[in-house]
Design a protein around this ligand. Structure first.
Ligand code: A3P
Length: 340
């Protein structure tokens, strides 16, 4: 039996929306006239998002967005917009223009993991729309650090694979030079041990102490309770869906069902949309896009993590254990992250 992910009507709507999105719809042009003097359907417009994936970085935010975008009633921009953390001064109209055109029946979403740790973001999101639905995906903060570091060192060595590919295609003649540059930059990233830990000199009777560098952003991001408290000061708990990144990896269908229910969407994306790709080591979409080919996430998702000595892993686990327990209490979810 062949898999038909969407009812035909949804597919049609999706395709129409995609075509119309290609027409430059200015903030005031909905219902107006486009550049070829064709009337634009008044129902298509760029809309501010009604739902946001706010974080956490390296916990599966891209997978979540890519999978939910398979839903015919969801529209989302590809790149992270960073409006509420970095671009707020540009104003809501700028933000709206970054959104794809959508039908009134569709939900516009955006994901920027930086929002989760931004102290200003919660009140800014609230003032845009107090009913904004918020989605937070989290993973074991220790594994998250390793993932973050793997990304930082890959970027230092020449950018994300997708960006690098694009650049290579466009600027073949500058390839050699770039590699040399990349090599130089690659050597500039410090070892993870010296970023995640600092030593406190001991006195005569006490030996030198190695303590977790709580100031390093990669460590700070994993203090989930602290960041969530900022959001809970502004939004009620039931407006924030907290998902497990580990479960997203193991059972994307189940997580997508939870997400669709939370967003009030028809249940369309289920486990049937995924297959486990042994080469990638992750679940991939059986059919994606208009050509309906299988699609895995880009190579920059699922990187090899750096090795960290078991003793240092243990120290990080000790550091996070009480913070994780606080987070479980706040969310009412026991994520079961190892404490030793
Ligand atoms: P790793 O690269 O450490 O494995 P984000 O999109 O927030 O940057 O998160 C990246 C993480 O998404 C990856 O971290 C990976 O574990 C996780 N992920 C979840 N589902 C995935 C999938 N189906 N394919 C690839 N990565 C996935």
């Amino acid at each position: 039996m062949s898999l038909r992910p969407f009812p035909r009507l949804f597919m049609l709507l999706h395709l129409t929306a995609a075509l119309v999105a290609a027409v430059p719809v200015s903030s005031s042009s909905a219902g107006g006239v486009n550049s070829t003097s064709q009337p634009i359907d008044a129902t298509f417009a760029r809309r501010l998002p009604q739902a946001l994936i706010i974080g956490a970085k390296k916990s599966g935010t891209r997978a979540l967005l890519a999978f939910i975008c398979m839903h015919p009633d969801v529209q989302a921009p590809g790149p992270e917009v960073h409006f509420f953390d970095r671009n707020y001064h540009r104003g809501l109209d700028w933000y709206r223009k970054r959104m794809p055109a959508s039908l009134p029946s569709q939900l516009t979403m955006e994901k920027t993991p930086g929002y989760f740790i931004s102290e200003s973001a919660p009140s800014r999101v609230h003032s845009m729309n107090p009913d904004t639905r918020l989605v937070l995906v989290v993973r074991d903060p220790v594994t998250r650090i390793l993932s973050d570091y793997a990304q930082a060192s890959a970027n230092a060595a020449g950018g994300s694979s997708r960006r690098r590919n694009r650049r290579n295609r466009r600027r073949k003649n500058r390839r050699k030079h770039r590699r040399r540059q990349a090599g130089r930059r690659g050597s500039s990233i410090k070892p993870i041990e010296s970023l995640a830990f600092r030593s406190r000199p001991g006195n005569g009777s006490q030996p030198e102490l190695l303590e977790v560098s709580a100031n390093w952003t990669a460590v700070r991001i994993g203090e989930y309770a602290r960041h969530l408290a900022n959001w809970l000061a502004v939004f009620p708990r039931q407006q924030i869906l907290v998902l497990s990144g580990e479960r997203l990896v193991a059972d994307p269908g189940a997580v997508m069902e939870e997400l669709q229910r939370f967003l009030g969407l028809e249940l369309i994306i289920t486990g049937r949309h995924f297959y486990f790709d042994r080469r990638k080591g992750f679940h991939c979409l059986k059919k994606a896009g208009r050509r309906g080919k299988p699609r895995c996430l880009a190579g920059n998702k699922g990187r090899r993590h750096p090795n960290l000595a078991p003793e240092l892993i243990r120290r990080l686990r000790q550091f996070y254990a009480p913070k994780n327990r606080e987070f479980y209490a706040m969310t009412g979810v026991n994520f079961g992250w190892p404490e030793l």
